[in-house]
Design a protein. Sequence first.
Lengths: 118, 154
Amino acid sequence: MSTLDAAFSALSDPTRRAILARLAQGETTVMELAAPFEMTQPAISRHLKVLERAGLIVRRVEGTKHPCRLAKAGIDPIDQWLAMLRDALARNYDRLDDLLAEMQPATRKPVNRKDGPK
Amino acid sequence: MTKMTLKTEGDTHIVVTRRFAAPPEAVYRAHTEPELIQKWLLGPDGWTMPVCICEARPHGKIRYEWTNANGGGFHVTGEYLELEPYSRIVHVERMHLPDPTPDNHVETRFEPDGGGTLMTMRMTLPDPETRAQMLATGMERGMEASYVRLEGII
């Protein structure tokens, strides 16, 4: 699986998206992360493992705590992909502008030659 | 230039708007005639659309195949549901990567806007997860960069 595939796969779960939203506010311990969810700590840990494998978060050990934070290296490709998607769409419409400019004469009512130019 | 906007709406919609300096009839035709579509619906530079099937009538088929110089490629299939020349197109489409993605239900409107056209394309995905995968929003609350790019005016 490519990095992006792993990232999107990780993002397809609402709990994991909520975890990422929480982590966007700053480093958080597993216990703090588990608090708002009706989930056991091991269940949250499983989600964190998926996010970690996808490169979206990093965990460190601080005594018995395991604070998590977003991994810039994993988030950046998603941002870039998103920018690419938007750019591709914008590029399409820029091309359509050119095409429409070419089409303009054809969409006007054809001039009847017999009448001559007006 | 702030010609195009791309926004999320509710849990399952994506709305794109764009103004064109041509009347609705021309913009509508550029969305429904294969030889015109092949000139602009190409994505990033370097891609072409060798196959463009576009049966612009209710139940008509859609098939777009893209390819690039490196031999990469993918295709989209779909069906038209409703067509109102030159103001509205409703169709469903899915990407094949190669497994098909969930159906994207798309309503495209073309409204007169001064001498030009305001196009509004409203996509409806089957569920929030699919939309997240499509746009990689995911992090609605807090992820500033993505948030600005998605919700903001481009």
